[in-house]
Write a protein of this length. Structure first.
Length: 444
């Protein structure tokens, strides 16, 4: 194996595991400590991760708080782009990605935020283009409910088109800083964005030079039909789905197979499969770590997580009986891939306790020693089920430190992970081309 894979750390302090804040090695107050984020990013950079990615939702849950207090994910968090700007000064190579929703944030603000982050980090910014997927967010922005699923993707496409146009406001050499001639910039190399669509109408430009990467790297995670079409046209990194190799490969082949219709080559998109790893020096040590984590996760928090992604309140149901089908909605309007996973578990006749325990949000959970973990990852790459992995950090910092200290050296031995950086920008490290300015190209 000589294929270099892409590694991304999914960071949701104090960890992505339900109830991670109760782990004995976790400081739950660190979620609002920017120095903690900096330290995490430095650990990931030491492990030659390509991307440090912060997930986000612009909302706080307002009901069932007695259950959410058991697993308060997204209840106490810093705004991600602000955090990444601080991390940029504490790192030098790792990519910096964040979620910002097209459903509630204006395209101009998104374009300006990520252009600024790209300048601050010297070319390491990445935008996760999402449509918000819960009604709590909708109510924060004065709406009763989210717009229908496919309609949100129409809005997302318009937002993306505007944002990417704003990033091309200035050609790369527009700012000449000619003191003698009193010309700060070349007016001929400024290009206004003029857009009128179903959801947005804008005329203006971005008051900042073109980002170092041309455009920050575009990330997406949609697994619905609309999401896959959007990703095939616009995404450069996609968080893959599938808890089995067969499912992941089907998603990989489907999505890459759609790219030609948009004039894109398959290697212009990196698909990262979701992966949760608990690793020890030996398999038995890893199993002990897994058992400790399981012991701190309340069953009520697990059921709350299932209820949220199924879009149906299951909190009143008996734990040791199957979930009644009259509690299962006909379709998802939020996270389709998570909804489908839960429905698949219910269809097996499992009890609510079993469904809640097995639900993994579309990722594969591995427990083992470094060789076992690396064997699994190598097999997925060999079978073309992924170009790399999005590592869900179960508790922080310990779970990330374990992976960097134990698994990365084994991956490096197999030449799957670099031992030195390819370049100074995220695009260079991912092997992605820098997009030409659309206006300069048209003139050429």
């Amino acid at each position: 194996m000589t294929t270099q894979i892409v590694l991304s750390a999914l960071v949701i302090p104090p960890g992505s595991a339900t109830g991670a804040w109760r782990h004995p090695d976790v400081d739950p107050s660190a979620v609002v400590d920017v120095d903690f984020y900096k330290q995490l990013a430095q650990v990931a950079e030491r492990g030659f991760f390509d991307l440090f990615f912060i997930a986000d939702t612009p909302a706080a849950r307002t009901d069932n708080l007695s259950f959410w207090t058991q697993s308060p994910t997204f209840f106490n968090e810093l705004e991600p782009v602000t955090v990444l700007a601080a991390i940029a000064g504490a790192t030098s190579h790792i990519g910096l990605g964040a979620t910002v929703s097209t459903s509630f944030f204006e395209p101009f603000n998104i374009a300006r935020q990520f252009a600024s982050l790209d300048h601050i980090s010297h070319g390491r910014a990445a935008w996760n283009v999402v449509t918000s997927a819960n009604d709590y967010a909708a109510r924060n922005f004065g709406q009763e409910r989210l717009a229908p699923h496919d309609e949100r993707y129409v809005m997302a496409k318009e937002s993306f088109d505007i944002v990417s146009s704003y990033w091309d406001t200035w050609e790369d050499d527009a700012f000449v800083y000619d003191k003698e001639g009193a010309r700060n910039f070349d007016p001929e190399k400024f290009h206004a964005t003029d857009f009128e669509g179903r959801f947005f109408r804008v005329h203006g430009g971005l008051p900042i030079a073109r980002p170092p990467q041309g455009h920050p790297v575009i990330i997406q995670a949609g697994a619905s039909e609309a999401g896959k079409q959007f990703a095939a046209e616009t995404a450069e990194v996609v968080f893959g789905t599938g808890t089995s190799l067969e499912e992941a490969k089907a998603f990989y082949d489907d999505l890459k197979g759609r790219m030609a219709a948009f004039g894109r080559e398959r290697d212009e998109l990196k698909i990262l499969s979701g992966l949760q790893v608990i690793v020890g020096k030996t398999e038995s040590e890893a199993q002990e770590k897994a058992a400790l984590l399981e012991s701190v996760i309340p069953i009520g928090a697990r059921v709350m997580a299932v209820s949220n992604d199924l879009e149906s309140n299951l909190l009143d149901l008996p734990l040791d009986e199957p979930v009644p089908w009259d509690r299962v909605p006909a379709s998802a309007n939020q996270h389709k891939v998570y909804f489908d996973e839960i429905v698949g578990l219910i269809r097996q006749g499992l009890t609510l306790r079993e469904v809640a325990t097995r639900f993994s949000r579309g990722t594969t959970a591995l427990v083992g020693d470094p060789v076992q973990i690396a064997d699994y990852m190598e097999n997925w790459i060999d079978k073309e089920a992924a170009d790399g992995f999005m590592l869900g950090t179960r508790w922080l910092p310990g779970n990330l430190v374990d992976f960097v200290d134990l698994v990365v050296p084994e991956l490096q031995r197999r030449r799957m992970v670099r031992t030195e950086w390819n370049g100074s920008t995220l695009r260079a490290n991912l092997g992605l081309k820098r997009p030409a300015n659309r206006w300069a190209k048209a003139e050429a």
